[in-house]
Structures are given as C-alpha cells and as structure tokens.
Ligand binder design. Sequence first.
Ligand code: FO1
Length: 319
Amino acid sequence: MRIVVLAGGIGGARFLRGLKKAVPDADITVVGNTGDDIHLFGLKVCPDLDTVMYTLGGGINEEQGWGRADETFHLKEELAAYGVGPEWFGLGDRDFATHIVRTQMLGAGFPLSAVTEALCDRWKPGVRLIPMSDDRVETHVAVEVDGERKAVHFQEYWVRLRASVPAEAIVPVGAEQAEPAPGVLEAIAEADVVLFPPSNPVVSVGTILAVPGIREAIAEADVPVVGLSPIVGNAPVRGMADKVLAAVGVESTAAAVAEHYGSGLLDGWLVDTVDADAVERVEAAGIRCRAVPLMMTDLDATAAMAREALALAEEVRSA
Ligand code: FO1
C-alpha cells in the first residue's frame, strides 16, 4: 500500500511511528513542512524535517519531541559568550552537525530534497521524507508587540514569544513562488491513501497545502484523503495550534478544523471520542467522520489510530 502523509513536527512525527507499526509493509512517503525553517549562525535549520527524521530514526529527544537525545550545549554556550544570538533557540551540539552537513550540501548546489535524502541515509527513518519544496519558504507571523505591528519569524513567535501575543496574520513567505519538490506530485498521484496527521492545520499542513500544486493534486487525485484531528476537547493536544487557528478565523474545535480543510480536500476525519458530538456536524460538511481514541499515549495507541484512519479510507473508497 502506498501512503502519502503531509507532516509537520512533533504530532506528525509521533503519528508516523504508529503508522509504521500499523502497516509495516506500506510504502510511506512523508511530505514535510519547511515553513518552520530558520537560518541561524549561517546554518539552515529545518525543524519539522529533523523532527520526523530523528523521531523515526531513533535519535529524537523523546520528552521534548524535537532536537537530539543525549544533547550537550557547549557550542550554544560559546556562541552566547561571544554575544552571538539568538539565545532563545536551543540548538544542541549533536543537532548542529545536521545543520552543518545540510548547509554544506546546499552550498555545494544540492537541492533540499537531495540533502534530506542524504541525511536520511544515516537515520534510515523507514519512510521517504521529501520536503514540500526545494524553494525557500519561511512562515512569518504578524504581531503587535508594545503597540508596534511587526512580522516575526515563526520560530521567534513560537519559541521566544511562546505565542503569548495574538497572531494577527500568518504568512508562508515565498510559498506562492515555490514549486513542489521532485517526487511530491508523483507520490500523491500514485498514492492509495493520503493522510493528514494530527499536525498543526495552519502552520504545518496548511503551509504544505500553500505550495501551488499540492492542494490541487490531492483534491484531483482519485484517492481517499483522511485526517486526524489535532484538536481534542476544543484544545490542541500539544503545542499552541489554537493560537494560529484564531489567526485564520477557525475556532479551536475538531469539527471546525475539518471544515477548514473542506470536503473538497478531506474525505474522512477522525475525532476523539470526547468529541463524538462533532461527528454529525462534520458529516453534514460532506466529510465522513468517526469518533475514536486520538491520544497518542503510546505506540500501540498511535498504531490503533493509524489503523482507524486506514479503515475509514477503505470505507470512503468503497462508498
Ligand atoms: N522549540 C522550543 O520550544 N524551544 C527551542 O529552543 C527549540 C529549539 C529547536 C531546535 C531545533 C529544532 O529542530 C526544533 C526546535 N524547537 C524548539 C522546536 C520547533 O520550534 C518546533 O519543532 C517546530 O518548529 C514546530 O513544529
């Protein structure tokens, strides 16, 4: 079975671990969000690609969900000693190696998709990880801080500001000019199932869909598209998705996120059992909906969610 998954960071990566357990023989292509990418200390950092690669490759810092396990921060401390910032983004020594190799390869003319493939040769995530685009896309957030309106990089909004100020607008800068990376459209066209994992629907899945051609390819492909709600009980399971949902005028509910994606894109939607009362509203929007446990408490729970999503895809296919 060929499965395409549009993944962001932590939620998407954890879901993929369960998907691999549920269907170990499946051919899984992950289209990774690169809107979170940030250039620091002359290096290109790709948080969402690295989170998928480290999580599936066994190198992730499990409790954080990002960065490497067994990290040290000598480089960060030395940079701070030189007064070279920013200090609010925690890059560890082991993680720096990834960014140095990536930046070196980019500098040698390799596209991000080739660089990602090379990095995955080491990590062997067991999926094909393709960035949504080889072109630079960086999400910026318009905020008002101390009475001054300004655009900050997503990472500054997310990590330094902790999303503590309202996001007035969220702009994936460069998305309009970006092209899908090689292999993305082909994977979608050949997929048996397309899944939207419980990633951030605005800054992760939304950013991937903002790359011209990707949303259209999914909508036009004759393939079941099934998503899993990242919102459980009117709150994001993790992260601050509600802050960015508000910025795009979407209420923080499982049903509203399904409507936001729309029936033109989604064929099926899983909500958590606590949101069973949302099923009727989602089905009224033309999207098949089932209420199942959606908390990724452990690998078996996540594998069960993945099986539910694949079962709903089969139900959609035979409808
Ligand atoms: N998130 C934080 O909350 N604090 C950090 O200091 C931080 C550093 C960091 C370094 C590398 C990396 O790949 C991710 C990092 N993240 C950090 C997480 C990152 O902001 C998020 O993973 C995504 O951008 C949102 O999905």
